[in-house]
Design a binder for this molecule. Structure first.
Ligand code: F6P
Length: 524
């Protein structure tokens, strides 16, 4: 048994689970008329109602004890101090610096000078685009911007650009390309004019095959119309920590925006990786997003564990994964503009904590990150909610709802559906004599209410999830900031390309891969 599963806090929770499993949510509510208020937290424009969880005050006390045992406050302090908490890569995880308001941060290793300088460069660049001063090789103004990137260099900007649709300013249209499948770039470029198109090549490493392939194809597309002698550098910008890589693609130095090794890809939307968002909403709104994230950082850094919104969410995550055996968690934004949020959180949570070896290199004997999935409500109700209500699995849900200052009838219907789903999951519906119609209830969910769907609240929401993932990682004793698991597949794919082209030897491959490869080689 690991130190964690043997620990007093863990054992106490295992005992507590048996007590709670016998009680229904309806009983927990009946036993405590003030439960809804008691199990609600608010910070940085986000309200979390966690009353519909299978937990009582004693459960929360024990979960907080687990966090204290894992030294969560000390780890939070280490992150904000810029300690190298990404142990396998000997780096700090300092994404909080990207939204810091401090003149010097962190103490002893100031990164703010370069952060601020980059933000100023972004402001000028975005201003040029909105002022029509951003021009292509032929002198015509840029009308379309295509972000080429994948993973953290795609999911954040894509999600936020859509989420902030109502804040878009007149300016270039935004497009996103990530897949090495040429269909992705082809579809994005259909209808665009090379003369008026700018590509942002976003890649922290500038070695990612998908991104480099698409950047090469984009260049060829420009060349085919504008000619080899045109100044194609006017059609590119780059965001990267690999300045030499961007230069090799021909991106002029003044169009290369830096990233740093202390920013993880999936934590990078606050950096120049967020350039498409800034193009869409303007730099002022982008900075409001950063401010919202900073407010959540401050809450996370200073609030006591039991009132700490990301920590409470993390503890509930652990409660279900480790004590109820939940294998998945659904994220259902009742907000079409947040439809990309589940995909964003998939990378954030599954790439951060989808690990089976602890910080000391030992295999763990407890489950770690669940499968995160979801889709926007209400369409999700007509797709997978049947399983949520009547299936055999426990699937905790995060319902994300945005308040509307003056909701239309349709928006009222949207909110009503969100509340109805959470209540139906929690309290079920008996159907005497018709078991097929009965909803058993007792199915947990959080409701996250955003003051409104605006830059500040979105910044706070995303920062909240980042910190939730961090706290889970601390308790599971994981390094949440590396992703070694994805490397081997990249190497294998690299070795298979020449063999698919017919030139490489296939004898060393397993029989399944070899047979599929041979089938793919036959081009008739
Ligand atoms: O392969 C996984 C990954 O390294 C992610 O962590 C990262 O967000 C993505 O690839 C893209 O990496 P890059 O920004 O270096 O192209």
């Amino acid at each position: 048994m690991s130190t964690l599963t043997r620990s007093p806090a863990w054992q106490a929770l295992a005992t507590q689970q048996k007590k709670i499993a016998a009680a229904g949510l309806a009983e927990l509510f009946a036993a405590d008329p003030a439960r809804a208020g008691r199990f609600t937290l608010e910070a940085a424009g986000i309200l979390l109602d966690y009353s519909k969880h299978r937990a009582d005050a004693e459960t929360m006390r024990l979960l907080v004890a687990l966090a204290a045992q894992a030294q969560v406050p000390q780890w939070i302090a280490k992150m904000f101090a810029g300690d190298p908490i990404n142990g396998t890569e000997a780096r700090p995880a300092l994404h909080v610096a990207l939204r810091s308001r401090d003149a010097v941060f962190p103490a002893g290793r100031d990164v703010m000078t370069e952060v601020r300088a980059t933000r100023e460069r972004l402001r000028r660049f975005v201003g040029e685009a909105h002022g029509g001063a951003l021009r292509g090789a032929s002198g015509r103004a840029i009308t379309d911007v295509v972000n080429i990137g994948i993973g953290g260099s795609d999911l954040g900007p894509r999600m936020l650009t859509r989420a902030l649709r109502r804040f878009h300013k007149p300016g270039p249209r935004l497009h996103f390309v990530r897949n090495i499948d040429p269909a992705d770039l082809d579809a994005a470029l259909a209808g665009l004019a090379p003369e008026t198109t700018l590509f942002i090549v976003a890649s922290k490493t500038f070695t990612t095959a998908e991104t480099l392939e698409n950047a090469g194809r984009a260049r060829a597309w420009l060349e085919a119309t504008l000619g080899k002698t045109a100044d194609l550098s006017r059609h590119f910008a780059a965001v990267t920590a690999n300045l030499a890589g961007a230069a090799a693609l021909g991106v002029p130095q003044e169009r290369v925006f830096p990233l740093w090794d202390w920013v993880g890809g999936r934590y990078s939307v606050w950096s120049a990786v967020g350039l498409p968002v800034a193009f869409a909403v303007g730099m002022d709104a982008f900075e409001e997003l950063l401010d919202g994230a900073h407010s959540m950082d401050e809450h996370f850094r200073t609030a006591p564990l039991e009132r700490n919104l990301p920590t409470v969410l993390a503890l509930l995550g652990i409660w279900y994964v480790n004590f109820f055996g939940a294998q998945t968690r659904a994220v259902i934004p009742y907000c079409e503009d947040l439809r990309e949020l589940p995909a964003y959180l998939q990378q954030l949570e599954m790439e951060s904590n989808g690990k089976r070896v602890d910080r000391g290199g030992n295999e763990v004997d407890y489950d770690t990150a669940p499968v995160v999935w979801g889709a926007s409500g209400t369409p999700s109700q007509h797709s997978f909610h049947q399983l949520l209500h009547q299936g055999t699995r426990i699937v905790p849900v995060d319902f994300v709802v945005a308040q509307e200052p003056r909701p239309s009838a349709a928006q009222t219907g949207l909110a009503a559906n969100a509340l109805a789903q959470a209540a139906a999951l929690a309290f079920g519906n008996p159907a005497p004599g018709a078991p097929h119609k009965a909803l058993p209830g007792n199915r947990p969910s959080s409701t996250l209410l955003l003051r409104r769907l605006a830059p500040r609240e979105l910044g706070a929401l995303i920062a909240m999830y980042e910190h939730k993932v961090f706290v889970e990682g601390i308790i599971w004793n994981l390094n949440s900031f590396d992703q070694w698991g994805v490397e081997h597949g990249k190497t294998l794919a690299h070795t298979l390309v020449p063999r698919l082209l017919g030139s490489g030897e296939a004898a060393d491959l397993d029989s399944s891969t070899r047979a599929l490869l041979e089938r793919l080689r036959k081009r008739d």
